[in-house]
Ligand binder design. Structure first.
Ligand SMILES: *[C@@H]1O[C@H](CO)[C@@H](O)[C@H](O)[C@H]1NC(C)=O
Ligand SMILES: *[C@@H]1O[C@H](CO)[C@@H](O)[C@H](O)[C@H]1NC(C)=O
Ligand SMILES: *[C@@H]1O[C@H](CO)[C@@H](O)[C@H](O)[C@H]1NC(C)=O
Ligand SMILES: *[C@@H]1O[C@H](CO)[C@@H](O)[C@H](O)[C@H]1NC(C)=O
Ligand SMILES: *[C@@H]1O[C@H](CO)[C@@H](O)[C@H](O)[C@H]1NC(C)=O
Ligand SMILES: *[C@@H]1O[C@H](CO)[C@@H](O)[C@H](O)[C@H]1NC(C)=O
Length: 390
């Protein structure tokens, strides 16, 4: 009885240990991703091992390490740790061709193997932008091309015009194990492109932050001129200044002034200083069309200003000054009011109560302005009545 129990226990223990051993005796590895030029650690572990040997072999089935014994002559491959439970090797200066499936073998009967995939990332080259014509001419069609090579997987190219993203046309070509990516931007150059920064950004899993290359576009364009003036209503005797505001690249200089298609009159009152034309004392004889003209190698352009010198004495009738118009209206209304009162008195002598109603505007008003406003509303009736009574 005791013996039987003992035997069963031994059998059980044996089975358990065999079961446990076979379950634990299995190599465990992990996939490894490394950037080209970096170091890859390949680790293989066995939880329960009875001193059975471990081995690492490469994708070409060549043995790299058998336990702590180096099998392949490759100075880049080194032993990190060899114990009964672990075999770790290191591959320095990894190249794209090292990528593939590595095998860890445990030499039990039968041999147990596990695969670990070594992924090697190809680092993209710094982007290069081509296609810049310096300077570009307004209206030119240009194609900016950004190229980066050596990436694996293929890098992503993005374009920015100043800081705003713009869409380029991307093309990916495989060159060996890595990729060459190019992206092109085709556009017609505008003067607004002058000084604009075009940036090509290369993004890749192997990069901590994107690689950026920037080129600033220089655009040559014809001048654009505009004349600004110092007074809205130039009057005789005043100081007056015209300025020829110009843009253009290259900067259009000098600015040439002319009047009515001819040279400026040679008088002391007129002073030209670069872009400015000053008339120290305006005179009626200064009336006319003033033109400024400028050119650069792209083209010539001009702007004109028609000067009309107002007579300060005649401004009452001509000037668009609102205060003056208001004054004129007030005078007219006042005269009308007087007329109504005179007419009213005249009528009152004939027809008793009529006056009170007509002159009400003036009498009820708290001040003269309101009186005028009130009277304005009424004098139409007065006019009608006047006609009626005449
Ligand atoms: C590889 O292993 C060595 C030694 O254990 C360690 O110093 C290094 O950091 C490891 N490298 C990587 C990439 O895990
Ligand atoms: C493994 O081998 C070492 C000596 O080489 C020995 O001391 C150890 O007991 C062995 N372990 C097993 C589990 O057989
Ligand atoms: C390891 O990489 C291989 C190949 O890329 C893949 O099929 C496998 O699922 C990966 N294993 C793990 C544990 O990620
Ligand atoms: C990429 O390949 C296409 C055809 O597949 C070819 O027309 C093009 O010129 C190639 N580009 C580069 C950069 O090699
Ligand atoms: C305007 O010019 C004329 C002729 O040159 C001159 O007789 C006149 O006095 C000038 N008027 C003023 C306001 O300067
Ligand atoms: C200039 O304009 C004024 C109006 O202010 C006009 O009376 C005068 O005849 C003009 N003189 C010339 C020379 O055109």
């Amino acid at each position: 009885m005791m013996l039987k129990q003992h035997l069963i226990f031994i059998l059980y223990s044996l089975c358990a240990s065999v079961f446990k051993g076979s379950q634990g005796q299995f190599p465990i590895t992990q996939n490894v991703t490394v950037v080209e030029g970096g170091t890859a650690n390949m680790t293989c572990r066995v939880d329960y091992n009875d001193n059975t040997s471990l081995q690492w072999s490469n994708p070409a089935q060549q043995t790299l390490f058998f336990g702590d014994k180096k099998a392949l002559r490759d100075h880049r491959i080194e032993l990190v740790r060899a114990t009964s439970q672990e075999l770790t090797i290191r591959i320095n200066d990894v190249s794209l061709s090292d990528e593939g499936q590595y095998t860890c073998s445990l030499f039990t009967m039968p041999v147990k193997t596990t695969k670990a995939f070594l992924t090697v990332l190809g680092v993209p080259s710094r982007p290069e932008i081509t296609g810049f014509t310096k300077p570009a001419m307004e209206g030119d069609e240009i194609t900016l091309t950004c190229i980066t090579s050596g990436s694996k997987p293929a890098a992503n190219i993005r374009w920015f015009r100043n800081d705003k993203e713009v869409q380029g046309a991307t093309e990916v070509n495989a060159t060996g194990k890595s990729f060459t990516v190019r992206s092109s931007l085709l556009f017609q150059v505008d003067k607004r492109d002058d000084g604009v920064a075009y940036t090509c950004s290369v993004e890749h899993v192997s990069l901590y932050k994107p690689y950026l290359t920037t080129e600033v576009l220089e655009v040559h364009y014809a001048p654009q001129l505009e004349i600004t003036h110092s007074l809205i209503i130039p009057q005789e005797g005043q100081y007056f200044k015209l300025e020829c505001v110009s843009i253009g690249n290259p900067i259009p200089e000098p600015v040439l002034w002319s009047k009515d298609g001819g040279e400026l009159p040679d008088i002391e009152r007129m002073i030209v200083e670069g872009r400015e034309l000053t008339i120290t004392t305006l005179n009626k004889t200064d009336n006319g069309t003033y033109r400024c003209e400028a050119s650069n190698h792209v083209g010539t352009s001009f702007a004109e200003y028609i000067l009309f010198v107002y007579d300060p004495n005649a401004l009452g009738q001509r000037g668009p000054d609102h205060a003056l118009i208001g004054g004129v209206v007030a005078v007219v209304v006042f005269i009308t009011l007087c007329l109504i009162i005179v007419l009213g008195r005249y009528l009152a002598r004939h027809k008793g109560t009529y006056l009170t109603h007509e002159a009400k505007g003036a009498e009820d008003a708290p001040d003269a302005d309101t009186a005028i406003i009130n009277a304005e509303g009424n004098h139409v009736h007065a006019e009608e009545k006047k006609e009626y009574f005449i």
